[in-house]
Design a protein around this ligand. Structure first.
Ligand SMILES: [Zn+2]
Length: 224
């Protein structure tokens, strides 16, 4: 947590994290409206890391990139709830069928879905309510600690997530025959989403899709 955010809490200062203007929300309406939405609808393109089908809400640039970096690197957890609500709002018209299961991309060693600091867990809880589905927290597990993908080259990203996910012992029963939606903050090469999808498919779901808050311009390209 940054010194600024500690001071903010002590002073009960209601200021936007991005522009510091007075705001009841962590991100003021003006800054939130500057996020650039991706085209609506599902993408079934070939990501740099492999084939996957899914949806990203916004481009990973400008003020949204700044907000995500504050949330992830500086631990500004107040942002996770508001950004999750924005993702759920943009995703609400997606055709996910009956009772989808939202599975967060997990952290190593942590299964607690009540943790308000981790965007994928918070977003899965909000999405599962909005779609009358289930939160699949704890069904996909991370088997080792890895460096942040944002600090790696494309080839390093693939190696970084190779064999890093596994299913929990009850995941088969929970996911078989269901629409499973993997939820993460940023889609870059798609290495994380593809690795998670390959493991989820072992549970024989009806289909496996991804949903991310942001999408990098580097997502679609050929070769690594
Ligand atoms: Zn602002």
């Amino acid at each position: 947590m940054s010194v600024l955010s500690v001071l903010r809490q002590i002073l009960a200062d209601k200021a936007c994290f991005l522009c510091a203007e007075e705001s009841d929300l962590p991100i003021c309406p003006g800054c939130a409206s500057s996020f650039r939405p991706c085209d609506p609808g599902w993408s079934d393109c070939h990501l740099a890391a492999g084939p996957a089908s899914g949806f990203s809400a916004y481009w990973y640039e400008g003020t949204l990139r700044q907000a995500i970096l504050q949330m992830k690197v500086q631990g500004e957890y107040q942002l996770a709830g508001q950004l999750s609500g924005m993702l759920a709002s943009l995703a609400k018209t997606l055709p996910l069928g009956d009772r989808p299961v939202f599975v967060p991309v997990p952290r190593f060693g942590i299964r607690d879905e009540r943790d308000p600091r981790h965007f994928p867990h918070v977003a899965c809880r909000i999405l599962s309510v909005g779609f009358d589905g289930d939160s699949g927290s704890g069904l996909l597990l991370k088997t080792r600690r890895t460096p942040l993908q944002t600090q790696l080259s494309d080839t390093e990203r693939l190696k970084n997530v190779d064999g890093v996910f596994e299913l929990s012992s009850n995941a088969g029963d929970q996911l078989r025959g269901r629409t499973v939606v993997i939820v993460d903050d940023v889609l870059t090469t798609g290495a994380t989403v593809c690795a998670a999808t390959n493991v989820i498919l072992q549970a024989r779901p009806h289909q496996c899709l991804y949903l991310t808050l942001a999408r990098s311009r580097a997502t679609i390209r050929s070769g690594l």
